[in-house]
Design a protein around this ligand. Structure first.
Ligand code: C2E
Ligand code: CA
Ligand code: CA
Length: 688
C-alpha cells in the first residue's frame, strides 16, 4: 500500500518536472531570441544614428560655410546666385517665416526623404498643388513652422530601419559598380544673420565601407541568431526524443514489453475524467495469473516471464480501442473495460479467462479476475466530467475481489460487493485473533471415528479442528481454515494438531486404551516445505507417540503442486512409519494420475459419492465399487466419508470398503467422548 502511494508520488513529481522543464525551455528560447533581435536592432540603430548625425553635421557645416562665403560675395539682387548655380534644392524664409525665394525641386516625394528621417519638424512643410492650368507646382506652407536648428548629440532622429537596410543593400550593390556612397536625402535649415533661414535639401552621405561593416556585423549577428536557433532546435528535438524515451521507460513494463501500472493509473484516470465519459460504465479488472510463482520455481523466471508476455498479448488482442491494459505487478494484469450491462460483462470476462487457458494448455493454468464496477454518473451528459475519480482505491477493491478467489484451483471471477466486504472484515478479525487463540489453546481437537462397515469395530479416527473463541463462540473449520490457508497460519495449525493428537495418543496409550490410528489434515501450503516429513517426525517424537498411530491426510488439490517434491515427502513419511492418505478423492479433480505416481496407503472417498439422488442409482454404485476396486488393486485401504444411511453402509461393506467415517456411526466429537468410543471398541450402528 505504502509502496503504491510512493509510486503515485513519484509519478506526480515526474509530470511536474516534465511540465516545468518544457516551460523553462520555451521561456529560455524566447528570451535568447529576443536578445538576439534586440542586439541586431541596436547595432543597426547605433550605426545609422551615428552615420546620419555625422552626415548631417558635415552638410550643415559645409552649407553654413557656403552661406558665409556667399554673404560676403553676393549682391543685393542676387544673394544666392552660388546656390542657384550649384542647382541646389533650397528655399529662403524671412524672419516672419515667409518664403522669399526658392530654387530647384521642392517636393518631398524624393525617395528616401519621407521614410528616412525628419529632424524635429513636420515633414509636411511642402505640398503639391494643382493650379488653374492643371500644372503641378510645389509651394510651401507659409504658416508652417520650421524650426530646424543645428542638430546636437541629443537630437532625436526617427529612422526607419527597414528602409535603411534596403538602402544599404542598394549601396552595396551599387558599390560594385563604382558608386561607393549611400545618399540619404534630408532637409536642413541654416539660420542667417538677418533672421532669415536657408532651408536646403542635402544628401547625407555614408561610406560604403561603413555600410559594409555594419552589414557584416548584422549578417554576423543574423548568422549567430541562426546558429543559436539551430542549436536550440537540435537541443529541443534531442530533449523531446529523450523525454519520449524516458516516458516510454517510465511507463513500460520490461517483462511483458507493455504498459505498466503507472501508465494504467494515469490513462484510466484521464479516461474517466474525459468529457462525456461520465455517462459510460467502466469495469476495473484485476486479473491474476495464479500459477506464476509456482511456475517460476518449477521452471525458470525467464520461462515464466515469457508466459506473462503471451498472456499480455492475448489480452491486448481482445480489447477494444478505448480499453486499457497493463501488467501491474508480477502475477497480475490490470484492465479497464467498457460495458453496457453486467451480464454481457460477465460473459466477456468468462471468454477472456477461457481464452487465456489456451496458453500453455499442458500446464492448465488458472486465472482469477476481481472486478469492480464504475457506474455511469447520474444525469451526466456529453459535457459532464466525472466528479469522483480514484482509480487506485477502486482498483484495490478489484484486488480484494480477486484475493477472495485465492485457493480456487480453476479460473474464476468475483465482483466486488458488500458480501465481499464482510468476508474481508472477518478475515482481518481472524488474522488479528489467530496467534492469541493458538497461545491460549482456544483451538480444540475433535475426533470423528472411522468404523469397519462389516464388524462395526473402531478402526481409526480423523482429528478435526474447532475454535472455542471467547469473542465469537464455537466456530466450525469452514469459518477460519480457508483464511488460515490464505494467510499462511495453516502451517502453525497443522503442527498444533499433530502435536496435540500425538500427545493425546501417547496419553491414551499410557492409560491402556485400545488406540487406533488418528489422521491429521496437512494443508497443501505445508507440503511446499521440503523438510515437512522431518518436521512431522520431530513433533510426534517430541510427544513420544508411536508413528503408526498417526496418519497424514492430503487433500487432492495438493497433488497438483510439484509432483517430485510431493512424492519425496510421501516416501519419507512412509519411511518414518506414518500412513499417508489421499483425502476427498473424487471431489472435482481427476487424480487418477496422482494415484499412479504417489505411494499412498489410504484412499478417502469424498462425501460427494454418497450425497444426492445420483448416489443411490446403479451408476453411482458402479463408480464407488470401481473406486474401491482400484484402491485395492493399488494396495490401498479405503475410507468412505460422509456416509449417513444404513443402506450405504451395507453396500460399502459388500464392496469391501475398509472404513466408514460418517454421521451414520458418529459425528466429530470432543476428546472425552472419543475416549468412550475407544473404550467401547465397536459401534452399535446408527447414531441418530
Ligand atoms: P475434511 O477433511 O473432508 O473433513 C471431513 C468433514 O466432513 C468434517 O467437517 C466432518 O465433520 C464432515 N463430515 C463427516 N461425516 C459427515 C457426514 O456424514 N455428513 C456430513 N454432512 N458431514 C460429514 P469439518 O469438521 O467441518 O471439517 C471441514 C473441513 O475443514 C475438513 O474437511 C478439512 O478439510 C478442514 N479441516 C478440519 N480440521 C482441520 C485441520 O486440523 N487442519 C486442516 N488443514 N484442515 C482441517
Ligand atoms: Ca480430512
Ligand atoms: Ca475429506
Amino acid at each position: 500500500m505504502a509502496s503504491q502511494k510512493d509510486r503515485i508520488k513519484k509519478h506526480k513529481k515526474y509530470f511536474k518536472i516534465r511540465k516545468n522543464h518544457t516551460w523553462l525551455s520555451i521561456l529560455f528560447y524566447f528570451v535568447v531570441l529576443c536578445l538576439c533581435v534586440l542586439a541586431i536592432a541596436g547595432i543597426v540603430e547605433l550605426f545609422v544614428l551615428f552615420a546620419v548625425h555625422s552626415g548631417i553635421e558635415h552638410e550643415y557645416d559645409s552649407k553654413s560655410d557656403l552661406i558665409r562665403i556667399n554673404q560676403e560675395l553676393a549682391t543685393e539682387t542676387e544673394p544666392y546666385l552660388l546656390f542657384d548655380k550649384a542647382n541646389m534644392n533650397y528655399f529662403i524664409r524671412d524672419a516672419q517665416g515667409n518664403t522669399v525665394y526658392s530654387n530647384g525641386n521642392m517636393t518631398c516625394s524624393d525617395k528616401g526623404y519621407d521614410y528616412l528621417l525628419s529632424l524635429g519638424a513636420s515633414s509636411n512643410i511642402f505640398t503639391d498643388k494643382e493650379d488653374n492650368t492643371g500644372e503641378v507646382t510645389t509651394t510651401i506652407y507659409r504658416d508652417t513652422e520650421i524650426d530646424l536648428v543645428r542638430p546636437d548629440e541629443d537630437q532625436s532622429v526617427e529612422i526607419n530601419l527597414l528602409a535603411v537596410a534596403k538602402q544599404m543593400f542598394k549601396v552595396l550593390k551599387s558599390s560594385n559598380s563604382g558608386n561607393e556612397q549611400l545618399q540619404l536625402p534630408v532637409w536642413l535649415t541654416v539660420e542667417m544673420d538677418n533672421g532669415s533661414e536657408l532651408v536646403f535639401r542635402a544628401n547625407v552621405t555614408m561610406r560604403s565601407t561603413d555600410v559594409a561593416l555594419t552589414l557584416i556585423l548584422v549578417i554576423g549577428m543574423l548568422a549567430l541568431l541562426v546558429i543559436v536557433f539551430i542549436v536550440l532546435t537540435i537541443h529541443t528535438i534531442a530533449n523531446a526524443v529523450n523525454r519520449r524515451k524516458v516516458t516510454k521507460l517510465f511507463f513500460t513494463d520490461m517483462k511483458v514489453k507493455g504498459n505498466n501500472w503507472m501508465w494504467f493509473l494515469l490513462h484510466s484516470e484521464q479516461k474517466l475524467r474525459r468529457f462525456g465519459n461520465a455517462r459510460k460504465q467502466f469495469a476495473l479488472v484485476d486479473l491474476v495469473f495464479t500459477a506464476y510463482r509456482r511456475f517460476c520455481i518449477c521452471h525458470s523466471v525467464d520461462e515464466a516471464e515469457s508466459v506473462l508476455g503471451r498472456i499480455y498479448s492475448s489480452l491486448a488482442s481482445q480489447l477494444g480501442k478505448r480499453e486499457l491494459l497493463a501488467h501491474s505487478s508480477e502475477d497480475s494484469f490490470s484492465l479497464m473495460l467498457e460495458y453496457t450491462d453486467e451480464d454481457t460483462l460477465k460473459s466477456r470476462i468468462s471468454a477472456l479467462l477461457a481464452s487465456l487457458s489456451e496458453i500453455e494448455r499442458e500446464h492448465s493454468f488458472s486465472y482469477h479476475a476481481g472486478v469492480v464496477l464504475i457506474p455511469a454518473q447520474e444525469g451526466a451528459g456529453l459535457l459532464t466530467r466525472r466528479r469522483y475519480v480514484d482509480v487506485e482505491s477502486d482498483y484495490n477493491l478489484a484486488r480484494a475481489a480477486s484475493a477472495s478467489l485465492e485457493g480456487k484451483e480453476t479460473s474464476a471471477y468475483a465482483f466486488y460487493d458488500d458480501k465481499l466486504v464482510e468476508e474481508q472484515r472477518w478475515a482481518d478479525t481472524v488474522q488479528e485473533l489467530q496467534q492469541k487463540a493458538l497461545d491460549n489453546e482456544e483451538f480444540l481437537v475433535y475426533y470423528q471415528p472411522k468404523y469397519d462397515p462389516r464388524t462395526h469395530e473402531l478402526r481409526g479416527a480423523e482429528a478435526l479442528i474447532r475454535w472455542q473463541s471467547p469473542e465469537y463462540g464455537f466456530l466450525a473449520p469452514y469459518r477460519f481454515i480457508p483464511i488460515f490457508e490464505k494467510n499462511g497460519f495453516i502451517t502453525e495449525i497443522d503442527h498444533y494438531m499433530i502435536s496435540h493428537v500425538a500427545r493425546a495418543q501417547k496419553k491414551w496409550l499410557d492409560e491402556g486404551q485400545k488406540c487406533v490410528p488418528v489422521s491429521v489434515n496437512v494443508s497443501r501450503a505445508h507440503f511446499i516445505e521440503s523438510d515437512l516429513a522431518e518436521q512431522i517426525c520431530k513433533s510426534v517424537d517430541k510427544e513420544g507417540a508411536p508413528h503408526e498411530l498417526i496418519e497424514i491426510e492430503l487433500t487432492e488439490s495438493a497433488f497438483f503442486d510439484d509432483k517430485k517434491a510431493m512424492i519425496d515427502t510421501i516416501s519419507k513419511l512412509k519411511q518414518y512409519g506414518f500412513a499417508v492418505s489421499m483425502d476427498d478423492f473424487g471431489s472435482g479433480y481427476s487424480s487418477l494420475n496422482s494415484l499412479k505416481d504417489m505411494p499412498l496407503d489410504v484412499l478417502k472417498l469424498d462425501a460427494e459419492f454418497f450425497r444426492g439422488e445420483a448416489a443411490d442409482t446403479d451408476r453411482g454404485e458402479i463408480v464407488v465399487k470401481e473406486a474401491i476396486q482400484l484402491a485395492k488393486s493399488l494396495n490401498m485401504r479405503t475410507v468412505a466419508e460422509g456416509v449417513e444411511v444404513k443402506e450405504q453402509v451395507e453396500f460399502l461393506a459388500s464392496q469391501g470398503c475398509d472404513m466408514i467415517q460418517g454421521y451414520y456411526f458418529a459425528k466429530p466429537m470432543p476428546a472425552e467422548d472419543y475416549e468412550q468410543r475407544m473404550r467401547a471398541g465397536r459401534s452399535d450402528g446408527e447414531e441418530q
